[in-house]
Design a protein around this ligand. Structure first.
Ligand code: ARG
Length: 330
């Protein structure tokens, strides 16, 4: 009996421990929407190029739509034995439409597939972050206007230095958030190229149209070098760098809120909605929300560090280490 995934020379199933460390479905299941969108684009291109039939492409597209709705409804059964999102989707597709499912993987490898999915995911995430940061700036600016004439001490060395206004102070964070947004958008521009067609590492001899899939997925162009396309994760590193810097800004603001609310300083009172108390020490108003922001931002910085360390020793092209790339980014 050959292994159900690779067949060929394999006669034994993977050891249980191997299966356990090999699975990535718990993390990469979050890529389902991107995986399905990329597969639909790939199937349509294969048909347009005459590599698979129009009938197969239609069935593949319909099957993928069914899978998408099963996943969003929560009825899709993710199987650990199928390792990752790509094989979970493909296996369900073959249950739904039979042998045509296998033809979807023509001229493609999981290596260019995961690179594509992850780029799409990071791009979507950047768009969400940009909207959140815009709302954050708006909220700060609204408060700044409200407190444009409210004098407070400006500090250096945490010593009272010169009078400023609370509005002026808040607008400093609006500026930081503006540069954070710029960094995210800059990363977005550079990541917006399509790895599809790089296949495992060296491309494919099938007459594929890389421009068609790139365009269908909203990428600017196909990536120029197939080895680069499957082996670099600098787009994640750049995005995490932008996130880490943004996290530092948020953490500093959180730290200031903690200081300002301390009875020793007593500059502001945080709303009850973001404060906790103590039954044994009824005088307390703990700034938990700010403390949690300060703590959670540490994990963002950790994620950047983690991925830098995963990537730094890897020769080209794909190495399995790279499966751990998504952990901190999701
Ligand atoms: N789950 C894998 C990952 O995220 C997909 C790529 C697998 N490729 C391979 N050559 N084993 O990296």
């Amino acid at each position: 009996m050959s292994n159900k995934m690779w067949g060929g020379r394999f006669t034994e199933r993977p050891d249980e421990i191997m299966e356990d460390i090999n699975v990535s479905i718990d993390v990469d299941r979050h890529l389902y929407a991107q995986d399905i969108a990329a597969s639909k684009a790939h199937a349509a291109m294969l048909a347009a190029q005459g590599i698979i039939t129009a009938g197969d492409a239609k069935n593949i597209g319909k099957g993928l739509d069914t899978i998408l709705s099963e996943i969003t409804k929560g009825s899709f059964e993710f199987k650990r034995a199928l390792e990752d999102i790509h094989m979970n989707v493909e296996s369900r597709l073959s249950e739904l439409i039979g042998p045509a499912a296998g033809r979807l993987h023509t001229a493609r490898s999981r290596n260019d597939q995961v690179a594509t999915d992850f780029r799409l995911f990071v791009r979507d995430t950047i768009d969400d972050i940009d909207a959140s940061l815009a709302a954050y700036q708006q909220a700060l600016a609204t408060r700044a206007l409200e407190f444009a004439g409210t004098v407070m001490p400006g500090f250096t060395h945490l010593q009272t230095a010169q009078p400023v206004t609370f509005g002026h102070h808040l607008l400093a964070y609006v500026e930081m958030a503006g540069r954070d947004r710029g960094r995210f958008l800059d990363a977005r521009k550079r990541l917006n190229e399509s790895p599809l067609g790089a296949a495992a590492l060296a491309g494919t001899s099938f007459p594929i149209d890389r421009h068609a899939t790139a365009e269908a997925l909203g990428f600017e162009r196909p990536m120029a070098n197939s080895l680069d396309a499957v082996s670099d994760r600098d787009f994640v590193l750049e995005t995490l760098s932008a996130a880490a810097i943004c996290a530092v800004h948020l953490s500093r603001f959180a730290e200031e809120i903690v200081i300002w609310t301390s009875p020793l300083v007593g500059l502001i009172k945080l709303s009850d909605k973001f404060t906790t108390g103590s039954s044994i020490m009824p005088q307390k108003r703990n700034p938990d929300a700010a403390e949690l922001v300060r703590a959670k931002t540490g994990r963002v910085i950790g994620a950047l560090n983690g991925l830098l360390i995963v990537m730094k020793g890897l020769p080209l092209a794909y190495q399995k280490d790279m499966q751990e790339d998504k952990q901190g980014a999701m």
